[in-house]
Design a protein around this ligand. Structure first.
Ligand SMILES: CC(C)(COP(=O)(O)OP(=O)(O)OC[C@H]1O[C@@H](n2cnc3c(N)ncnc32)[C@H](O)[C@@H]1OP(=O)(O)O)[C@@H](O)C(=O)NCCC(=O)NCCS
Length: 163
């Protein structure tokens, strides 16, 4: 395991990784634009190469996970990155960790629910709006399902108890 925080010297490589996996460096969430390689993140490397990446943004609302990728599917890496992010959110005093995914992503929605996330909102048509800004967002997603809506998933963070 070689896990590090995303540092300035990683940003060009992270931008390239994100573009390869998401067809764009731009990430859209709830009508807001993010460039995840310019944000915070956790990187997992094997033999120097990035095999896992989680990027996030912290503000007064909490920690928003912007991207999560694991190239070693089914080996526990995706879960482990998310568990580290939850711990980071707790240390940073965030009251929640959340993310948006799309209406077609039923398998990944199960993955987040197993980690304790709940579906807290469906933003109707917000992906159709985002597609006007980011045309790389496909019209049809998993299992031929048309992509229209955002699914917001969140996990409330229990604060550390003061001794
Ligand atoms: C989702 C993802 C991060 C999981 O990483 P992982 O290292 O395989 O995760 P773990 O081994 O900890 O957990 C396995 C679970 O991940 C989910 N998963 C695995 N491969 C997946 C895939 N191709 N698409 C969606 N979910 C997947 C499943 O829930 C799986 O459990 P299951 O086999 O019982 O269905 C990884 O598949 C990935 O990078 N997918 C592409 C990018 C993506 O969709 N990111 C999430 C954005 S909302």
């Amino acid at each position: 395991m070689a896990r590090t925080e995303l540092r300035d010297e990683d940003r060009a490589e992270v931008a390239e990784f994100i573009e390869r996996h998401w067809q764009s460096r731009l990430s859209m969430s709830r009508g807001r634009k993010f460039y995840p390689h310019q944000e915070s993140g956790l990187i997992e490397r094997r033999g120097g190469a990035i095999v896992g990446l989680l990027t996030y943004h912290i503000d007064e609302e909490g920690m928003e996970v912007l991207t999560l990728n694991s190239t070693l599917e089914g080996a526990g890496l995706g879960s482990s990155l998310m568990l580290d992010a939850i711990e980071k959110a707790r240390k940073e005093g965030c009251r929640k960790i959340f993310l948006v995914t799309t209406n077609d992503r039923l398998r990944v929605i199960s993955f987040y629910q197993r980690l304790g996330f709940r579906m807290t909102a469906i933003n109707l048509g917000v992906v159709d709006e985002a597609r006007k800004v980011k045309p790389q967002i496909p019209l049809i997603g998993e299992r031929g399902v048309p992509i229209h809506d955002e699914v917001v998933m969140e996990l409330a963070i229990e604060p550390y108890l003061e001794a």
